[in-house]
Design a protein around this ligand. Structure first.
Ligand SMILES: Nc1ncnc2c1ncn2[C@@H]1O[C@H](COP(=O)(O)OP(=O)(O)OP(=O)(O)O)[C@@H](O)[C@H]1O
Ligand SMILES: [Mg+2]
Length: 347
């Protein structure tokens, strides 16, 4: 399954614990996302000055880019605690009440996968976000009455990989919404250098770390995971010395190529390139051919191949670009002019 991949940007139980050790704890240690960090520094200072909680914050973007990390960092900066929950875990309004009443002033409620919040819970969240109260319905029918439960002024941080699935009333209640972008190779390099220190990897040369950074698909979680695979390989094969050759050999063994693409990415691109002659083809058809879940492909494979320009998403489906064809060693096709535009109106 795709989530078992080494390159998967989804968390894997095995390494989540180690990830904790690698998580930045202060805003100054949080690498990258400069625009967001600047906005947040101002928001934090202003909120602290007024003695108010931070504005509700919506973070969206591909998995593994540091949304959960940022929620913890912000709690640290505000000197408050964070209660972590997720959309699928909140099944009834009362589940939310339990979390909200545990919050102290300026504390943070972090809801991961907020796009999976059931509609019935979403209704409870609106008054909580706006007026810090929850209306709980008691009894049914004629004897129904609502009781107001007040909660402390808190900050809701919502994280999602699918901002498009959020209802607009919910989305509009966030004071700050920000899309997290992929990290540059330099940013990943500084994350890796910090991780080396924390993991006690001595003597990793910069060329070796740059090589890992280049294959991490712009994602810190993947960078840290590859680093650990390389560390194991170096320990067994090279007395712990992490050099460029060791990185090459370790990642080659894991099926990760120089572009940072792995077997699933290549199968995905090849499916469009050969089975569907370069596309355009619908995501569902690709998923059926590969026997993969369409949502997984959309979340973990597509963002990066789109980013590096191997794939184009058009109104009529997914299509390989000429760079994508070249990567697969297929003859570059001249894309029909109509491919990237809407079909002409029929009247
Ligand atoms: N800006 C950063 N600086 C340093 N390390 C980072 C940064 N962002 C993320 N990391 C590292 O990447 C790991 C994954 O980050 P995190 O769990 O916050 O991702 P996420 O966006 O919440 O992913 P998901 O959508 O899967 O929940 C962290 O454990 C941390 O080590
Ligand atoms: Mg997370």
């Amino acid at each position: 399954m795709a989530t078992d991949r080494l390159l998967s940007s989804q968390p894997r139980g095995e390494d989540e614990q180690l990830n904790w050790a690698l998580r930045p704890t202060e805003l100054s240690q949080y690498v990258g996302q400069p625009v967001l960090i600047q906005r947040l520094r101002i928001a934090i200072e202003a909120a602290k000055g007024r003695g108010e909680p931070l504005e509700h914050l919506l973070l969206h973007g591909p998995p593994g880019l540091g949304k959960t990390t940022l929620a913890h960092v912000l709690a640290g900066e505000m000197g408050s605690k964070v209660i972590v929950t997720s959309g699928p875990a909140l099944q009834r309004g009362t589940d939310l009440v339990a979390s909200l009443t545990r919050l102290g002033p300026t504390d943070i409620l972090f809801i991961d996968e907020i796009h999976r919040l059931p509609a019935s819970v979403e209704e409870f969240i609106y008054p909580a976000m706006e007026d810090f109260r929850i209306d709980v319905m008691l009894d049914k029918g004629l004897s129904a009455r609502t009781v107001q439960v007040r909660c402390k002024p808190f900050t809701l941080i919502g994280a999602t990989t699918r901002a498009g699935l959020l209802t607009s009333p919910l989305r509009s209640r966030f004071g700050i919404a920000h899309h997290l972008t992929f990290y540059s190779a330099d940013e990943l390099l500084s994350i890796l250098e910090r991780s080396c220190t924390l993991l006690g990897i001595a003597g990793a040369d910069q060329a070796a770390l740059s090589c890992i950074a280049a294959r991490s698909r712009g994602t810190p979680r993947i960078a840290n995971r590859l680093l650990r695979r390389v560390r194991d390989f170096a320990q067994v094969k090279a007395n712990g010395r992490v050099s460029r050759d060791i990185v090459d050999a370790a990642l080659h063994l894991e099926g990760v190529d120089a572009m940072g693409l792995d077997d699933l990415d290549r199968a995905y691109l090849r499916c469009i390139g050969t089975t569907y002659q370069g596309g355009p083809v619908g995501l569902e058809a690709i998923a059926a051919t590969l026997n993969e879940d369409a949502g997984t492909l959309e979340d973990v494979v597509e963002p990066y191949v789109l980013q590096i320009g191997f794939l184009a998403r058009t109104k009529r489906g997914r299509a390989l670009t000429s760079a994508g064809s070249e990567y697969l060693g297929l003859p570059a096709r001249a894309a029909p002019a109509s491919l990237f535009s809407d079909p002409a109106p029929s009247d």
